[in-house]
Design a protein around this ligand. Structure first.
Ligand code: TMP
Length: 239
């Protein structure tokens, strides 16, 4: 598949058209941003790790019957995906309290939730991705009520599948962020990436963070942690 014109450049990825109008090529970049890009860095090898981790996880989820945009991995930093119209929402599913949840509500950090907590955020950098309710989603028609039900069902299912998969390799899935798109026939499918940039992953025995919080909080060993995640899931190591 050839790399045609660039459609879009985001903080961590570039999107290119290909000779097939229904297929896009994603290039995973080495750049790393946090706090709505107020903090920026470049880590050589990060793009390749996220490309591989995301391809692996999307393929895994797909094999369990969840429709995703993933088509195939092409090389170290590129993968092919189905072109979709992105739904302007980020769906966050949390298993353990941390991050913006604790900041916003003053609740204790590190508490296991009785059941996964699902939140919607509006994808809008200028507004710093504000949290929104289902009523906002329907009032402004960001997604239809039927689509909201699909987003919730798929997000909870993906959380369950990945929680179990990560546990097999000694990693706790603390929370994750998912994005969705509509195919030309208006089917809602999972889109974007699933990687240590978009999940919180803690080592089950040490509690060590193996995700972008290492960068957000200046904990060091960012790349090493992403590599650790990739090595564990790709080897299917049982702990
Ligand atoms: P939060 O606690 O900062 O709201 O993050 C919740 C989850 O969403 C966490 O796994 C990190 C992920 N996330 C993104 O993927 N992109 C973002 O822009 C933000 C703020 C969080």
């Amino acid at each position: 598949m050839e790399k045609h014109s660039m459609l879009y450049e985001g903080k961590a990825k570039k999107l290119f058209e290909t000779e097939d109008p229904s297929i896009l090529l994603i290039e995973y970049k080495d750049s790393l941003t946090a706090f709505n890009a107020q903090k920026k860095s470049t880590l050589s090898g990060k793009g390749s790790l996220n490309n591989k981790i995301s391809a692996y996880l999307l393929e895994f989820i797909g094999s369990r019957g969840i429709p995703t945009h993933f088509v195939k991995i092409v090389d170290e930093t590129h993968q092919l995906v189905k072109k979709v119209g992105i739904i302007p929402l980020e769906v966050v599913v949390r298993n353990i309290t941390t991050g913006s949840l604790c900041k916003r509500l003053g609740v204790k950090e590190g508490v296991e939730l009785k059941k996964p907590l699902l939140e919607f955020y509006l994808k809008d950098d200028a507004l710093e991705d504000p949290i929104v309710t289902e009523d906002h989603v329907s009032a402004f028609e960001w997604a239809s009520p039927a689509e909201v039900e699909i987003l919730k069902r798929i997000s909870l299912e993906v959380n369950k599948l990945l929680k179990e998969r990560f546990l097999q390799v000694g990693i706790v899935l603390v929370d994750l962020k998912l994005e969705f798109g509509r195919t030309p026939d208006n089917t809602v499918i999972l889109a974007d990436e699933i990687s240590p940039d978009t999940c919180r992953l803690w080592d089950i025995s040490s509690g060590e963070k193996l995700d972008k919080d290492r960068f957000r909080k200046d904990l060091g060993n960012v790349l090493e942690s992403y590599r650790e995640v990739w090595e564990r899931i790709s080897k299917g190591e049982k702990r």
